[in-house]
Design a protein around this ligand. Structure first.
Ligand code: PGA
Length: 253
């Protein structure tokens, strides 16, 4: 049985006081919630504060970063390393988000290097893959996901792959309110699992948690969770309000 994982991707939002307010409101709402793993991924500046605020809920609500660099330390102005994330209490790191790929030019290969390095520092990657609208309309959805996925997992062992989280996020569904219909999301995610099975074997593929992401809201999460291959969600806009994210976590069981 795969335990669903619901992750909040706050992107470039929130201040220290807003983070404290969120955690204060959020934790009581999910206190009695079992059977689902929750992760909050704030900007780098808020990781320390969010980690402290979540300390009481350790094991229930995890901390993740939205990106990291592949090197451990050195002259890489503006970057943050895996050991730094570990030091501040992160268990997860989102890698290869489409905004990193499109806006910051991250290649499939760089994302793969980061995934490999994340494991060496004891961080679980949330590896994002997904096609653009143009690629979808050209019938390339499965091919694009296969390419991004295989490059992303190129350097990891089957044992490491077992703990991987993949987020399937069709680019056209991110932040648009135009979520992918559940039948298509299930089919695409099943195809992603097949690629994992080819690479690592069926048993490992069956252990990998695959999220759907892209305009997930409290009113559509249950339909995704009802699909056999969908094991949670990566949530952007709807994760910024405590009540909304708590409602998604509750339906994500
Ligand atoms: P969204 O973002 O929920 O606002 O569509 C999802 C994401 O980019 O991870």
């Amino acid at each position: 049985m795969r335990t669903p994982v619901i992750a909040a991707n706050w992107k470039m939002h929130k201040t220290l006081s807003e983070t404290a307010g969120f955690v204060k409101e959020f934790l009581p709402l999910v206190r009695d919630l079992d059977g689902v793993e929750m992760v909050i991924c704030p900007p780098f500046t808020l990781l320390g504060a969010a980690g402290w605020a979540l300390a009481d809920a350790k094991g229930k609500v995890g901390l993740g970063a939205q990106n990291m660099y592949k090197e451990v330390q050195g002259a890489f102005t503006g970057e943050v390393s895996g050991p730094m994330l570990k030091d501040v209490g992160c268990g997860y790191v989102i890698l290869g988000h489409s905004e990193r790929r499109a806006i910051f030019g991250e290649s499939d290969e760089l994302v793969g290097e980061k995934v490999r390095v994340a494991y060496t520092h004891g961080l679980i990657p949330i590896l994002c893959v997904g096609e653009t609208l143009q690629e979808r309309e050209a019938g390339q959805t499965d091919a694009v996901n296969r390419r991004q996925l295989l490059a992303g997992v190129a350097g990891i062992t089957p044992e490491q792959a077992r703990s991987l989280v993949v987020a399937y996020e069709p680019v056209w569904a991110i932040g648009t309110g135009r979520n992918c219909n559940t039948t298509d999301a299930q089919a695409t995610i099943a195809a992603i699992r097949t690629v994992l099975a080819e690479k690592f074997g069926q048993e490992v593929a069956d252990a990998v948690r695959i999220q759907y992401g892209g305009s997930v809201k409290p009113n559509n999460i249950a339909d995704y969770m009802a699909q056999p291959d969908i094991d949670g969600a990566l949530v952007g806009g709807a994760s910024l309000e405590a009540a909304s994210f708590a409602a998604i976590c509750k339906a994500g069981k």
